[in-house]
Design a protein around this ligand. Sequence first.
Ligand code: SF4
Length: 287
Amino acid sequence: MKQIAIVSGKGGTGKTTLSGSLSYLFDNHVMADCDVDAPNLHLLMKPETLEIHEYIGGKKAEINDTCIACGICERTCRFDAIRPGNPYSVDPYACEGCGACVLTCPINAISLNDNRSGVYYLSKVDDLPLSHALLDPGEETSGGLIAEVRKLALKAAEDEKRETIIIDGSPGIGCAATSSITGANYVVIVAEPTVSGLHDLDRIVQTVRHFRRKFGIVINKFDLNLDKTQEIIDWCKKENIEILGKIPFDPMVREATIKAEPVVINENSKAAKAIREIYKKIKDQLS
Ligand code: SF4
């Protein structure tokens, strides 16, 4: 089984547009939307939910009514998560679940409890399994939630004997992005020809290289700034990086997104033609 991750140095580069179209072109595969902070693949694919799982991302302290308001826990907490009162209380958004307050409370009035950080789903779009998730507001454990999304995709692929998992990765270079590319056989990096485009690309390339993944670059909306596109091409040449293709700006992409369709189904779209060529190159990389 092969896993392909589609990532970018920042959000809004057209990563999900490409993922949605690749999902249409590939067959016998599973989709995984690993952008758990702002998932949108399910909006494009309109799936039917089959399974819902709660994600426990850590622990939070809770103070019960036996609290005698001595204030020791407030002085102990390094995250300013304890609020004075009678009883004292815990600010769940500030609490890191370290447990220091539990250890210092003289009357054992504090407990550490499981904290739900998000939800993950297994859905189906016609015959296609899709795993996806949503991190709860204010939660920071997106890497762990992405691991659950990927496990669910892997299980669906094994159960249904699917050959490929296509991962719509998390943007950026943080924990969420690295969780999206870990173990992937090939990484497609989507770049854009903007002022910060090369800088964003450089950062994600360094990250992918750190994890020793095979990768190639796609330049989206390349014709909106030909100078910046040339800058990216020259840099890739210098760095010995393969450019899988360039997607032109195409109003049909927006129209397809509004209709919740992959742009690649439109034969007259110039973006669709470029994506079909990119698809062939990715297939070659996997063979
Ligand atoms: Fe209440 Fe225990 Fe905190 Fe004292 S240390 S304020 S008893 S919860």
